[in-house]
Structures are given as C-alpha cells and as structure tokens.
Write a protein that binds this ligand. Sequence first.
Ligand code: ASP
Length: 353
Amino acid sequence: MLNRRDFLERSALLSALGFLPRSISAEEYEADVTRTVLPAHFRARPCVVSSANGIKGVQLAYDRIGSGEDALDAIIAGVNLVELDPTDQSVGLGGLPNEDGVVQLDASCMHGPTRRAGAVGCLEDIATPSLVAKAVMDYTTHVLLVGEGARKFAVAMGFKTQNLLTEKSRQDWQRWKSRLSKTDNWLDHDDDVKINWTHGTINMNAVTAAGDVSSVTTTSGLAWKLNGRLGDSPIHGAGQYTDNDVGAAGATGLGEMNIKVCGGFLTVEFMRQGLTPEQAGLKTLERMVRQSEARMLDDKGRPRYDMQLYAVGKDGRYGGVSMYEGASFAVCDDKGARLERCAFLFKNSERPR
Ligand code: ASP
C-alpha cells in the first residue's frame, strides 16, 4: 500500500522508465476529453467505482451499463441494493436516526450527458432517496427539495411510505441516548454492547464506453445528528459531482468538512487539470486538512475525522483515496468487481488517539 509520497515517487520513477503512460499536458487532456464531439478514436473503458459498501452494486451497475442501460439508472439500481438492505445502518431502510429517533435521508445525483441534477435532503419515510432525487431531476425545474416538501413530492410521485427505523437501529438509538449522561433519568443499559460506528454513506460513479458519466450519493447521514441537519451527500459539488467533459467524484466521511471544500467538484476540477483520479482525490484531501478548523486537528495538524473520495475519469481511469490508511473502495470494470485499497494521506499510526 502506498502513501502519497511513495506514490508520487514511484509514479515519477515508473514514468521515467517508460512503464507508465506519459502524463499528458492540460491542453492535451482538454483536447482529448472535453469536446462535445469526441474524436473518432475515443473509447472509454466502462467502469463503476463506489464506497466499499457498494461491492454488490458496482457489479449490478456494470452489467447494466454493458447491456446498454443509462449510467445513472444503472448506478441508482446499484445503490438501491444498499438503500433497501435493512442491515446496512448507514443508508435508507435501517439507517441510524437523528437525535429524536427519526430517520432522515439525503441523496443527490447528476446525469452527465444531459447535464442535469437532482437532490433531496431530510427526507422521511421513503427508503430510496436516490430515486426521489432522480425524480426531482426528471419531473421538476428544481435541483433540491428538503424536509416535508420533499416527502410530499415523493408521495405525489407514487413512492411508498414506510417506517424506516428498524428494531436494531431503534435499540442503538436508545442505547446512545441512555449513555449520554449519568445524571439524566435514563438508566444506562447493556453497557457491554458497543455501537460500532455512527456514520456511513454510499457514493457510486460510472462511465460508459461512450464516455458518458454519472454519479449518485445516498445516506442516512451522521447518526444522532440534530433534526434538520444536511450533510454533504445532498449537496451537488460536495457529496458527488459529474462533469461529462471530465469525470465524476463523490465522498463518504464527515460531511461538514467536505462541504467546505466542495470535494466532489474540486476533485473533478483537479482531474480537468490533468491529474489522475487518485492524484486529484489526494489533492482534495490536502485542501480539506488545510481548510479544517483547529478543533478538528490534533496538535500535529492531523485531522480528527475520516474522509474518502472515489473518482472516475471520462476515459475509465479510477481511484479511491482516504484520509487514513486502511480504507478500501469497490470497483468493477472488465476485470470484474473487487475491493481495492485506497491511497491515503496519513498512516494509521498517525491517527490522533
Ligand atoms: N457524508 C455523510 C454525511 O456527512 C456521512 C458519511 O459518509 O459517513 O452525512
């Protein structure tokens, strides 16, 4: 596994020895991938990349793209698998609730070829916010609906309402609540039961053989969040971003940090300048650290939060990066679906204790 310095050194060495394709200049990159009418020789390698919890979804989406389905429809079908899985507590049905015990979901999507976007935030009672985000895109002149209005819209569009709080998520919420204070009226219970994590999301991005790109992100957001909190996932340019001339990128991790650097957008912009998806993601993470307020950094300037970015270029190059060592991401291309290790900025031993 490589950290950033190793990666850059190794790339420079391999490139000098002729083992890697020569890096292209920004002008050449622009000329090759940003024209509306692509050169006759242009052919992308179809590829789907996502957060690690999308390992089944990337295969499904890749197969659908292979049979000619639109990239956005294909990746939404991929993330629906996770949204509808009651055992995944980070997304859709079974997602961990807010501090009031209410599951509020966020999602956004962008469709590269038609340059359209849709999103919903704080959506209650509908298990597939990614599809509601797409409905906002397909059936309205707006790009973002939130709260009661988003729910009303979804019901009007025929989405089924249901209770999204599973028994497991309800118990975890009660456990969290009872442990908040020793002086409240809740007795602490099940003290040996750990609540393992409190956030998660699925982001998925795809490119077709024609070089058409799309992205989607869907989440229940931070567990125990304040009622009404929106993370990065429903924000175009933060939780995901697509520019059909360049590629797509999206994020999982502490949304508040990502929103401040427009991480999805910034990663795509770095790719536009000629960086690979992996280099672009690492540069975005560096910017995020730089933009972090003091309370989010330790005394050595290392972040007290995690973040992952996933990106695919219009030509089918892809990458996954993480603030700290050890994360993986899911990818599917002509070599099949697999998990790969994320490149990272900081070693695990550097994590603030
Ligand atoms: N990015 C999500 C949010 O802040 C949470 C996550 O990815 O873990 O809502």
